[in-house]
Design a protein around this ligand. Structure first.
Ligand SMILES: [Zn+2]
Length: 122
């Protein structure tokens, strides 16, 4: 009787995935439509999550971008007390770009002025 220890390392281990923070891993986000017309049924729709494209998980790289965007947003709102357009104007950036950066969609090295990056001071 021979005992063989045939453990194969998974090749996918090099690419780590994390649970999508936007949809909490469900792959879907619930969107409530704002409407002025009264309806019998609330206008709610299930949509594919745009952060993970319905997979419920994102790469660590994507996650770090989303976390960075969240930190920027927090800094803008609680740190500076600025609205999106107001901040964009002050920081000399397009509101659309700022919005995309905060959502982790846009890839950029841009950092809000005065933002203390915990990743670089560590
Ligand atoms: Zn998602």
């Amino acid at each position: 009787m021979t005992t063989e220890n045939g453990q194969s390392s998974a090749p996918s281990a090099s690419r780590c995935y994390a649970t999508c923070p936007r949809c909490s891993g469900s792959g879907e986000v619930t969107v409530v439509f704002v409407t002025s017309q009264p309806r019998s049924k609330p206008p709610i729709g299930e949509f594919e999550c745009d952060a993970c494209h319905g997979e419920g998980k994102v790469t660590q790289y994507k996650l770090s971008k989303m976390k960075r965007g969240e930190a920027f947003r927090k800094y803008r709102v609680t740190g500076c007390g600025l609205g999106l357009r107001e901040a964009a104007k002050r920081w000399g950036i397009k509101a659309v770009e700022l919005s995309e950066i905060e959502q982790g969609i846009r890839q950029t090295a841009w950092i809000p002025p005065g933002f203390n990056d915990p990743a670089e001071s560590a």
